[in-house]
Write a protein that binds this ligand. Structure first.
Ligand code: PMV
Length: 309
């Protein structure tokens, strides 16, 4: 088997800094990779399969099996069994399904002896994501596959997707905090779609405004203006609340992060009854300690810019 010793691949989780939900409607969104993610390890087997722990049963098992089958055929059905492990919180808005899809896609492509080109990883991982989310924008798995801060616009009505790398002259350090449980992404996305279809005049302007803020935020990052980026995040959160995808637990955590000195804070990902919240900090450590003491699950991740030595 080609490259047998290197069949271990990583798919990072992601955070959306600006633009979730609006990206579904063709607006640009800004997302960066996390240091946490999913590892997929392949070993020789009689057929191409995902090793799913017996504790995963019912609908979850079927979803994983069907999603993996799509990626397996898209990569040429190499004869390997793929086992996965993750240190990423699942279904909290941090792109866990995309991280799983990217890790599996990389391992499958390597096992099939295909050079691991980013466009192939995106294509194969996209097959899995479509099983998980029906009609994902593609932002999550594109960001995970490229492992860079990107401004992304989905493919819509025949227009090809566009991806630009955003360079940050300053470290972009985020505190990621988790609040409660939330439903699946497709549910929040579908419920918003129903409201948009019923009352387009209430929603379409807000969605366009999020896109404008995402574009502006990308320029602010490139200028190194983190105060402006923080403000863009605050405004973006306000609009997401108006769209009805936030909730009291999320809003409370957003205000808490601002109270702890965040330059800006907002929900990240699909939102709903709970999920992940991000705060942009110059020095997130003191806030991290305070939140940990209060029993809130949180961590720090740098998503772009020069790394500290
Ligand atoms: O909550 P997550 O990690 O599944 O992110 C969803 C992002 C959305 O913009 C709400 C949906 C999408 O397809 O981009």
């Amino acid at each position: 088997m080609p490259n047998a010793p290197t069949l271990t691949s990583f798919g990072p989780g992601k955070v959306i800094l600006l633009g979730e939900h609006a990206v579904v409607y063709g607006e640009p969104a800004l997302a960066g990779p996390l240091s946490l993610g999913v590892i997929a390890q392949g070993s020789p087997a009689s057929r191409c399969k995902l090793e799913i722990p017996p504790s995963v049963r019912g609908r979850g098992r079927k979803l994983l099996t069907d999603a993996f089958a799509r990626a397996a055929s898209a990569s040429g059905l190499p004869k390997i069994g793929v086992a996965v492990s993750s240190n990423l919180p699942i279904s909290m808005g941090l792109g866990s399904s995309a991280a799983l899809s990217v890790a599996c896609a990389r391992t499958l492509l390597r096992a099939a002896g295909k050079p691991e080109k980013p466009e192939d990883v995106i294509r194969v991982a996209g097959e899995m994501e479509r099983e998980f989310h029906a009609q994902p924008s593609g932002l999550d798995h594109t960001c995970s596959a490229l492992r860079k801060l990107i401004l992304f616009r989905r493919s819509l009505q025949g227009i090809a997707p566009s991806v630009s790398r955003i360079q940050s002259p300053r470290p972009l350090r985020l505190l990621v905090a988790l609040s409660g449980k939330r439903g699946p992404t497709w549910k929040t996305v579908t419920e918003l779609k129903e409201r948009v279809a019923r009352w387009p005049a209430h929603y379409l302007g807000l969605i366009r405004e999020i896109g404008r803020i995402a574009r502006e935020g990308a320029r602010e990052i490139e200028r190194g203006d983190l105060d402006a980026l923080g403000d863009a995040m605050n405004v973006n959160h306000g609009i997401l609340t108006a769209l009805g995808v936030s909730s009291p637990p999320i809003d409370e955590l957003v205000h808490r992060l601002r109270g702890l000195g965040a330059l800006g804070a907002k929900l990240t990902g699909a939102g709903g009854e709970g999920g992940a919240v991000i705060g942009l900090f110059l020095e997130p450590e003191p806030a991290l300690v305070k939140l940990n003491q209060a029993g809130i699950h949180c961590f720090v991740s740098q998503v772009a810019g020069p790394q500290a030595l």
